[in-house]
Design a protein around this ligand. Structure first.
Ligand SMILES: *[C@@H]1O[C@H](CO)[C@@H](O)[C@H](O)[C@H]1NC(C)=O
Ligand SMILES: *[C@@H]1O[C@H](CO)[C@@H](O)[C@H](O)[C@H]1NC(C)=O
Length: 493
């Protein structure tokens, strides 16, 4: 701690603030690359409080960050790790970020200083559940630990809204047949032989253990208990909106009380997808109400749409349960409750009948291996009992069917079938106080929305402005025809 205090004094204020969050620690093994990730709080006021607030800070962490190197020499940039979108881009517009102060705490990528950068002349506007970004594509080297990913296409933003950090997307493209799809980071890592197939595992960790990890090309049997259940990804045509995401089928929900008794719903069939860039879980209204109306002491707040709970319930045993066939993922109350600010707690859940999402409030309790090559997720109950990284090969059974090294938490003592997850109802417990202020809620970007073509601003070494008006003037100037053709070739793959 003394060392930390001393080093903060030596750094400029902006750098010191960023340094409060630990940098990703990266290790590389045969066919895999592990990077630690940890939460980023959306509320700067909480970030500034000291030591005793550390755990509180984790609970309010609304996004998960990873630090990677971009360009030559590599500049270390913090990005939101997002399994709900495919693109990698940097340099959000801080003035129009939801919380500008948060945005300015992190360094931006100075593209004028990279000797390996090439411009492409292509630009798009990417939309998210929350916010959007107008980016121009460049190619450059991405460094993750000792691994160098060459000629990765990534975006440099020139106008974004409501997004405080750049994004590292790891989902499949929304439309697999879109001619504008290009090799995303996971594709390039596999193509360049850094990993053997397009697979990675994600472990966000619980609120009491801040440091999670992503392992490209591997999984860690020291981070889960029981078997890894193989869940096929749905075809986009089977999803609510026809977009390709990590869609799987939720077949039941339940609630286990602190005394160990449990209630479970009948069999349901609800397409859902995990999204690490989504702070909250969003489920169809009947399931939202099934949890909210049965959760200890929860009261529905019509103003914010949340179920408000006593923060102290987080200290009790008990879990919110999700079933995928025979696999039960039990989310401890502590991980499912979201600390909106120092005083107010809500269930980390909203109702959504359009596109149900398993956000961070679910993912903190799950170990999820994403296998894009074989279109399957492999899921187990997250736990922590050491480290044993197993690499993921290639081919049909690339993800080994291994069992976690950790011992499983006790199963519920008695399971009843009384949870109604199919009917909507009138909420019975209504909150009448003043609820959370929705305007300070700095949720994650949410899933990718559309992609629309935009006009490039003409970035590149020597470019001095990224404003849109300057953009119009410099358009096309820095785009070499050969490069454009090269990338057009890549884009057409
Ligand atoms: C950029 O592209 C041009 C044309 O293909 C190539 O000659 C040059 O080496 C590239 N520069 C870098 C830094 O990759
Ligand atoms: C991006 O977000 C801003 C702010 O919400 C909005 O005004 C704008 O229309 C959005 N642009 C697109 C292309 O969706």
């Amino acid at each position: 701690m003394l060392l930390f205090v001393l080093s903060s004094l030596l750094l400029s204020p902006a750098v010191a603030a960023a340094a409060q969050r630990q940098r990703s620690v990266i290790t590389r093994g045969e066919g895999f690359l592990r990077a630690s990730i940890n939460p980023i709080s959306g509320i700067p006021a909480l970030r500034r409080r000291q030591i005793s607030e550390e755990v509180e800070n984790q609970k309010t962490g609304t996004r998960y960050g990873i630090d990677i190197g971009i360009g030559t020499p590599a500049q270390i940039i913090t990005l939101i790790l997002d399994t709900g979108s495919p693109d990698l881009w940097v340099n959000p517009t801080c003035e129009t970020a939801n919380v500008p102060k948060e945005c300015t705490q992190y360094p931006q990528f100075d593209y004028t200083k990279s000797t390996s950068l090439n411009t492409t002349g292509f630009a798009d506007i990417l939309s998210y559940g929350k916010g959007n970004a107008s980016i121009e594509y460049i190619t450059d080297t991405i460094t993750i630990g000792s691994a160098k990913v060459k000629n990765q296409i990534l975006g440099v933003n020139f106008e974004s809204y409501d997004i405080p950090l750049g994004i590292l997307g790891l989902s499949p493209p929304m439309d697999p047949n879109d001619p504008d799809n290009y090799p995303f980071l996971l594709d390039t890592m596999a193509a360049e032989g850094i990993i053997k197939s397009r697979a990675f595992s994600l472990d966000l960790r619980s609120v009491t253990e801040p440091e999670g990890a992503i392992i490209f090309g591997g999984l860690d049997t020291g981070k889960f208990s029981g078997s890894l259940a193989k869940l096929p990804m749905l075809d986009p045509s089977q999803s609510p909106q026809g977009f390709d995401r990590y869609w799987i089928v939720l077949t039941g929900v339940g609630l286990t009380m602190p005394d160990g008794t449990s209630d479970k719903s009948g069999t349901i069939e609800v397409p859902v997808f995990p999204d690490s860039g989504g702070t909250l879980t969003r489920l169809p209204t009947p399931i939202f109400q099934a949890f909210g109306e049965s959760f200890p002491g929860a009261q529905f707040d019509p103003a914010s749409g949340f179920y408000i709970v006593d923060c102290a319930v987080g200290d009790e045993a008990g879990s919110v349960d999700f079933y995928f066939g025979s696999k039960r993922i039990a989310v401890p109350f502590n991980d499912f409750i979201w600390h909106v600010d120092g005083q107010t707690c809500v269930l980390g859940l909203l109702s959504d009948d359009e596109e149900p999402v398993l956000g961070d409030s679910f993912l903190r309790a799950a170990y999820v291996v994403h296998d894009q090559d074989n279109r399957a997720l492999h899921m187990a109950q997250a736990a922590s009992c050491g480290t044993n990284i197993v690499s993921i090969g290639s081919g049909k059974n690339a993800v080994p069917s291994v069992t976690g090294d950790c011992s499983a938490a006790p199963a519920p003592t008695a399971v009843g079938g009384g949870l109604d997850a199919t009917a909507t109802r009138q909420p019975t417990n209504i909150f009448t106080g003043s609820g959370p202020d929705a305007t300070i809620i700095g949720g994650g970007p949410g899933p990718a929305g559309g992609r629309t073509t935009a006009t490039a601003v003409g970035l590149g070494p020597g470019a001095t402005s990224t404003s849109k008006s300057a953009a119009g003037r410099s358009v096309g100037l820095s785009v070499g025809a050969a490069v454009a053709a090269l990338v057009a070739g890549v884009l057409a793959l």
